[in-house]
Design a protein around this ligand. Structure first.
Ligand code: NCD
Length: 307
């Protein structure tokens, strides 16, 4: 059986199908009220060097609900890195203050580096445009909960597929479970070639299109919408060229069919019209709330409070 005790969670690439299954099943049990107090006596540090609402607050809420203690940095300007301390020295220091460290950082590979610098589990809460594994865990849990299965689905991913770390992690996980993927983006924001090459190696069928009408033709079970990652554009003019390219409204939902489920990691800017929120197709707030049991399950597993 997969064991998580003491383990860092850095990338979906490090995980087996059994690991992902175990996280989804543990989340089901946590949500069903099976465990309580499993973080008693544990201290979790949340170190966020990039903005966050859902990820940081749901981690912190998850710790409180599990009976543990949490402290952290929500604003890098308030840490000693603003005095010139290196990231490595900050990590070495904080690792002596807690049992688990949750890190978000703009540099790709930062969480991996932190995990190599200390002996406590490090959880990657997003490293630049690279990976966001805990978002993928809650996405998988939501898909299983809402659609009853994790394989044999037709999933469209739309928006900023170049810089969106959520879709990078999710693509890898959904390909492991055997799903048909359609990537919808302007050519300048398409899924990076190394991820497409990896998918090609799996033999799974996938498509790359630049408009939603083409994707809708094939029939989709899920449309996963993402925000254009403005902060990752080197040139604001380049952002201006693609901003507002896609917008999902009630007509789009109708075109996609009555069973389509719309997901989004949030925050949204203007990709989904608020009128869509009231439709049964919109599951992005359920998805955001599933961040709590998912992160409770993960923290329980890596601390050994849930076995
Ligand atoms: C995402 C992120 O930070 O990558 N947000 C989140 O964690 N739910 C998506 C985004 O910022 O667009």
């Amino acid at each position: 059986m997969a064991s998580f005790r003491g383990r860092s969670i850095v990338s979906i690439r490090d995980m087996s199908l059994e690991d992902l299954d175990m996280i989804v099943r543990t989340t089901e049990a946590v949500k069903g009220g099976k465990y309580s107090g499993f973080l008693r006596g544990k201290t979790v540090a949340t170190l966020f060097f990039e903005p966050s609402t859902r990820t940081r607050l749901s981690f912190e809420s998850a710790v409180c609900k599990g009976g543990g203690s949490v402290f952290g940095i929500a604003d890098p300007a308030a840490s000693s890195q603003s005095k010139g301390e290196t990231f490595a020295d900050s990590i070495r220091t904080v690792s002596g203050y807690c049992d688990v460290m949750v890190i978000r950082h703009p540099v790709e590979g930062a969480a991996r580096m932190a995990s190599e610098l200390c002996s406590i589990p490090v959880i990657n809460a997003g490293d630049g445009a690279n990976q966001h594994p805990t978002q993928t865990f809650l996405d998988l849990f939501t898909i299983k909960e809402q659609l009853g299965r994790l394989s044999g689905l037709r999933v469209g991913m739309m928006g900023d597929l170049k810089y969106g770390r959520t879709v990078h992690s999710l693509t890898h996980a959904l390909s492991m479970f055997g799903n048909e993927l359609t990537f919808i983006s302007p050519p300048t924001l398409k899924m990076p070639d190394h991820i497409l090459a990896e998918l090609q190696g799996t033999g799974l069928s996938f498509r790359t299109v630049d408009n939603l009408e083409d994707a809708a033709g094939a029939g989709l079970d899920i449309l996963y919408v993402t925000r254009i990652q403005k902060e990752r554009f080197g040139d604001p003019q380049e952002y201006g060229k693609v901003a507002g390219t896609y917008r999902i409204d009630r007509d789009t939902v109708r075109m996609l069919g009555e069973d389509i489920r719309i997901m989004h990691p949030l925050p949204r800017v203007d990709e989904i019209d608020e009128q869509v929120d009231a439709t049964p197709n919109a599951i992005y707030f359920v998805q955001a709330h599933n961040g709590i049991p998912t992160r409770q399950a993960l923290l329980g597993l890596v601390t050994g409070g849930i076995e």
